[in-house]
Write a protein that binds this ligand. Structure first.
Ligand SMILES: Nc1ncnc2c1ncn2[C@@H]1O[C@H](COP(=O)(O)OP(=O)(O)OP(=O)(O)O)[C@@H](O)[C@H]1O
Ligand SMILES: [Mg+2]
Length: 257
């Protein structure tokens, strides 16, 4: 890691939910992780292991029972506004156009909207949305809707981004296109990304490192560094190195469930 202080650090976080009738479910158990500035890190784990819960905690929307969230070394546990969060369900407002959806964050923040609008217009091409600025979500394809949601997340203007299964609902071909595209966007914007996915191949393709979580209560059971050539395109699926890394992550997933 290039910096002594991690850009984002999760330190020994545990969380149980009260489910009523005296029942509780332990969602996370002693989860710790670190991201360096500009790193792309994925989190893979079985359904229900607490990935979204962890994101809610990092975003300050849910309090952990124990542990801390540190941003640049400062304890920000339970505080919002330090990360840009794209939730698992894409929440585009159906009555707002592409541009209006993307401008939501700058509008809520207040301040100079002209400047934000200029920035959006510069990014709209990179996000493959030229010509669709005034379209409504129902007029866009699934992949385009996800790019609008991603652009809106980028416009939240935090240099840490949490992406919760952004491509989960897309077909395989669109998904592959979006992976290649996201990698190139990340190379240009150089933000710190924590990315949740069920898809091991996607995680290995996109990431500098992959954390593997166990079944509930979610713990980190493995950390895999992806030392693949950083110049793109990475050879997907075919190279022996890629296959070995994918197996390593899959084995860790299997042993953790
Ligand atoms: N608000 C809540 N109240 C009560 N229990 C909750 C709440 N949110 C999550 N849980 C429980 O916590 C556990 C972890 O859920 P979470 O949504 O974090 O998992 P996940 O890893 O994101 O799953 P998926 O991969 O299916 O999205 C589950 O057992 C879920 O039922
Ligand atoms: Mg989830």
């Amino acid at each position: 890691m290039a910096h002594l202080v991690a850009h984002l650090e999760v330190n020994d976080v545990s969380k149980a939910y009260d489910q009523g009738r005296g029942q509780s479910v332990q969602a996370l158990s002693n989860v710790s992780l670190q991201l360096g500035r500009g790193e792309f890190v994925s989190l893979v784990g079985p359904s229900g292991c607490g990935k979204t819960t962890l994101f809610d905690i990092i975003a300050g929307l849910t309090m952990p029972d124990r542990g801390q969230v540190l941003i640049d070394g400062i304890d920000r546990t339970g505080e919002t506004g330090y990360v840009s969060y794209m939730p698992q369900e894409d929440l585009l407002l159906p009555w707002r156009t592409t541009l209006q959806n993307v401008m939501l964050a700058p509008e809520l923040r207040g301040g100079d909207l002209t400047e934000s609008r200029q920035e959006v217009m510069k990014l709209i091409d990179l996000f493959g949305l030229s010509g669709f600025e005034d379209s409504y979500p129902f007029e866009l394809s699934g992949g385009m809707r996800q790019r609008v949601a991603l652009l809106r997340t980028v416009m939240c203007k935090n240099d840490i981004m949490l992406l919760d299964e952004p491509f989960g609902a897309l077909d395989a071909i669109t998904r592959r296109d979006m992976q290649v595209w996201l990698r190139s966007v990340w190379e240009q914007l150089r933000i710190t990304v924590l990315f949740v996915t069920h898809d091991v191949e996607e995680a290995v393709y996109l990431s500098d490192r992959v954390y593997v979580m166990s079944g509930r209560p979610g713990r980190i059971v493995h950390e895999c560094v992806i030392p693949l050539e950083s110049s793109r395109p990475r050879t997907i699926t075919s190279s022996p190195e890629f296959i070995a890394l994918r197996s390593q992550v899959m084995d860790a997933l299997d042993s953790g469930t």
